[in-house]
Design a protein around this ligand. Structure first.
Ligand SMILES: [Zn+2]
Length: 414
């Protein structure tokens, strides 16, 4: 089997891994780089028979629509619907092409390859690792994973019943030199949100990704404990609707403690796509909270939103009590090097703003080093290849059998 790690061996994001046998070639993830300095792989030029996507984060699927139209894309059903939701709200077209879904732990075939998806815990609600078998070799591709989220049991299960006889493990190392000590898990995040909103005298905003479902659950639970109403926008409400395909246990807009704030631009999307949204707009309007209601009793609400909503936050500033801004995503977005994160400089300035109580509450979507070591020890791979890391050269200090593969250089697995 021939392996080309086009990108992703020495950076976080942008992962594109091509595997080729005598008869079949597949691309595992088609990621858009996170760093503006990293050039995306020209996936249109790769002769692959299919692409296999681990999860719905841009740095793993962002290039998939650039593949030739006839190339089928294998992706989880929930992931595909989250990607469609984002595109619809951005006013982008959903590309007509062949998408094929798969089920966790059910093997399927792409030419010479047998693929078995393993559902994992990650900040994406649906994220897979893959066991990939072909020509007598067994590869395990970690995707992005962790054990400290609300689905941590999936990680524990893999440790307790590890996949055997792995020739090569592609292991993500996002957290190799980052600490998760301040917020070791989602419960710690939930508690900080709860403590912040419990006796608030003004409104709280929580800034995070609408597709980080664990975080929505933490915020919802904190609201329930504190007797506050949880306010989401139309996009978040639609994301939560998508989860109904797989579970009835995650918060949804018709739950008693939840209200929807309908802003103009998102509502325009609903009106523009009536077939896609069905009766969602009618149901949503029964759950609506108006601007005047938020201003009348701001201390009753926690508003979950994106960084780009900072102007809305400014409306609630007053002399009597600070607005709580709970920053609940990676702090790196505030360092000035992520211009694509619209509003990040305004949010960063809230740290010095006397009218704002800036609170940080976030746990990583990725496993810390100790968990990665536990996984590697359980899987006992013959070779371990670092991916999704800024510290590939340090893997040898922490793991056995490390074999770094340089981006773009063919590697033959014998
Ligand atoms: Zn991810």
């Amino acid at each position: 089997m021939k392996i080309i790690l086009h990108k992703g061996g020495h950076e976080i994001g942008g992962t594109c891994l091509q595997l080729t046998t005598a008869n079949t070639s597949i691309l595992v993830d088609a990621g858009l780089p996170i760093s503006a300095k990293s050039k995306p792989v020209d996936v249109a030029q790769l002769a692959v028979d299919a692409a296999l996507i681990s999860h719905y984060h841009q740095d793993h699927h962002g290039l998939m629509t650039l593949l030739p139209q006839q190339t089928p894309i294998y992706i989880g059903k929930l992931g595909k619907s989250f990607i469609d939701a984002t595109k619809t709200f951005l006013g982008e077209e959903i590309q007509e092409r062949e998408y094929r879904d798969f089920q966790a732990w059910k093997s399927f075939q792409i030419g010479d390859f047998t693929i078995t998806p393993y559902l994992m815990d990650h900040s994406a609600a649906e994220a897979f690792a893959f066991l990939i078998e072909a020509e007598g070799k067994r590869l395990f591709y970690s995707g992005d994973l962790r054990s400290h989220g609300r689905k941590g049991k999936l990680f524990d299960n893999l440790i307790q019943r590890p996949v055997r006889d792995i020739d090569l493990l592609f292991l993500e190392g996002t957290m190799l030199h980052r600490s998760n000590d301040q917020f070791p898990d989602e419960t710690a995040v939930e508690n900080t949100i709860f403590q912040t909103i419990q006796s608030q005298k003004n409104i709280s905003f929580l800034l995070s990704s609408s597709q980080n479902i664990d975080r929505i659950v933490s915020a919802y639970r904190a609201c329930k404990r504190a007797g506050k109403l949880f306010v989401i926008d139309i996009y978040t409400a639609w994301v939560l609707e998508q989860l109904r395909q797989i579970t009835q246990n995650t918060p949804a807009m018709d739950w008693p403690e939840i209200r929807v704030f309908a802003n103009y631009s998102q509502d325009e999307r609903l009106k523009a796509n009536p077939d896609y949204f069905g009766d969602f707009r009618n149901r949503l309007y029964r759950r609506r909270v108006k601007r005047e209601e938020l201003h009348a009793k701001p201390e009753s609400f926690l508003y979950f939103g994106k960084m780009s909503r900072f102007r809305f936050i400014d409306e609630f500033k007053n002399d009597a009590a600070p607005v709580n801004v709970i920053y609940s995503q990676w702090l790196g977005y505030l360092d000035g090097n992520h211009a694509n994160q619209f509003g990040s400089s305004n949010i960063a300035a809230y740290r010095e703003d006397p009218a704002v109580n800036f609170v940080y509450a976030h746990t990583s979507g990725h496993a810390p080093l100790a968990d990665l070591q536990q996984l590697a020890a359980a899987l006992k791979p013959r070779m371990l290849v670092p991916i999704h890391t800024e510290h590939s050269e340090r893997f040898q200090d922490h793991f056995d059998n490390v074999t770094p593969i340089r981006d773009g250089e063919p590697f033959v697995l014998n």
